[in-house]
Design a protein around this ligand. Structure first.
Ligand code: ATP
Ligand code: MG
Length: 429
């Protein structure tokens, strides 16, 4: 432990001469052939080209990279000319997307962070940054030391200006530069820290963790659509439970989902369930987690007497200012919520029909998950499990167990004469 803290105290040494590491396990076997092809083409046209960021970090950790990023000194316009299926995307940080079949590789021109072209707000948050720079400047504008390593395919070297290789070996996540400045420039970096630490079992620098509360507040100024992208990466990458455990006791949970009770057992169970589904190759949708995270609020709103709008609509609308939920996932959540009541009441006439509803599966999974933390719901979950597995006779038996709905009193069809049957209070004339 002592060693760990002294390690964190080490300052990011601003190496002008980078370390060049050759005894590593990377190479064409681990790395993506298409990304290496891009680098070859760049080199053949007189440009530098390196693999950078998550792919180098993950590969060094023995994890298969999920995508590949290339950094180059070629201007974006020159990059687009070199690759047939490519285009410039992004306004805040423009980059080039190059497609190879279904694979997408992101190519970015070296940038620097200290320049009059970097637009910041009064709190130091970077609004735009498209000042181009050298390889070294590009390394220093990146967030974590582990994310600032360049793989040079021409000589199989890793170029390291910031001590990233040592940090990876020690499984430490540290910012390049001072944590308060780096978090003020971009508060989303706190979520990135938690995500990378969860994915790679790294320890986060305590100096970063200390800033969680104030950074959580700053997330208010981040566009909700960007937070949705980050939400997807945090919770739909196979390590949602670790991420949730890291944030649920901090103000980050409320910053993302203000109405959610972070200690809810249902939420924790859903995170675990999402990870299990990913591991087993089952399908996942963000809509399901949205339904879980906003369920308590939906229930509370549904019980309000004076609510005029559809409670689901109000719940989803209020959420939009933190993590914006795209409409189709909001609709999914609403359908899952609406199904809960129907799954519990098991109306005899609509039981079979419910089974064919397009959200039956999700609604049923949601009910089972709720039953894990609420024993009163177990009978409903079990009934539906049995019903799905039963043959025709079995289903009939299960239906016979259901309580008959009390018969509705039929209205008399006899036409009433005006005034007949009206109730008169004593004293009425
Ligand atoms: P993954 O692809 O697994 O999510 P990654 O590290 O590749 O992880 P990307 O979002 O693809 O993350 O970004 C690629 C690289 O760009 C990062 O490794 C980092 O060097 C740099 N980068 C991305 N976002 C930021 C940011 N907000 N601040 C500073 N540097 C960033
Ligand atoms: Mg990446």
């Amino acid at each position: 432990m002592k060693q760990l803290f002294s390690f964190f105290k080490r300052k990011t040494t601003e190496r002008t001469k980078p370390a060049r590491i050759i005894n590593h396990q990377l190479g064409p076997k681990v790395l993506d052939p298409n990304a290496l092809k891009i680098i070859k083409t760049l080199n053949a046209n007189g440009y530098q080209g390196y693999l950078v960021g998550g792919c180098v970090r993950d590969a060094l950790c023995g994890v298969k990279p999920k995508d590949f990023d290339v950094a180059t000194d070629a201007p974006l316009e020159a990059v687009v000319k070199l690759f047939r299926r490519s285009r410039i995307v992004g306004r805040r940080f423009p980059i080039v997307h190059v497609r190879f079949g279904r694979e997408l590789i992101e190519v970015s021109t070296f940038r620097r962070s200290m320049s009059d072209k970097v637009v910041q707000d009064d709190k130091g948050m970077i609004l735009r940054d498209n000042a181009f720079g050298t390889l070294q400047e590009d390394a220093f504008r990146r967030d974590f030391t582990a994310n600032a390593l360049y793989y040079d395919a021409t000589n199989n070297e890793i170029i390291d200006f910031v001590g990233g290789v040592e940090d990876i070996e020690a499984k430490q996540l540290r910012f390049i530069g001072k944590p308060p400045t780096r978090l003020a420039e971009d508060p989303v970096r706190i979520l990135r820290a938690i995500r990378f630490a969860a994915k790679l079992s790294f320890t986060i620098d305590p100096a970063i963790l200390k800033l969680v509360p104030e950074t959580a507040k700053r997330l208010e100024s981040i566009p909700p659509a960007r937070l949705f992208d980050e939400f997807l990466k945090l919770f739909l990458s196979g390590y949602a439970e670790i991420v949730w455990r890291q944030i649920y006791r901090t103000p980050l949970a409320k910053a993302l989902f203000p109405t959610c009770d972070p200690t809810s057992e249902l939420v924790m169970a859903a995170m675990r369930n999402t990870d299990d589904r990913i591991k087993s190759g089952a399908s996942i949708t963000p809509g399901f987690l949205v339904a879980v995270l906003l369920w308590d609020d939906f229930q509370a709103r549904s019980q309000e007497d004076d609510i005029e709008d559809d409670p689901a609509f109000v719940v989803l609308k209020d959420q939009q200012s933190s993590v914006a939920i795209p409409r189709r996932f909001g609709t999914f959540a609403r359908e899952v919520w609406m199904m809960q009541e129907r799954l519990q009441s098991r109306n005899l006439r609509s039981v079979e029909r419910l089974l064919t509803h397009k959200r039956f599966r999700a609604g049923y999974d949601f009910l089972c998950l709720r039953a894990e933390s609420d024993t009163a719901l177990e009978i409903y979950a079990q009934w539906w499990t049995d019903f799905q597995e039963a043959d025709e006779n079995g289903r009939k038996t299960l239906m016979d167990q259901l309580p008959r709905a009390p018969r509705k009193r039929r209205r008399s069809r006899k036409k009433r004469k005006p005034g007949e049957g009206d109730v008169h209070e004593a004293g009425d004339s």
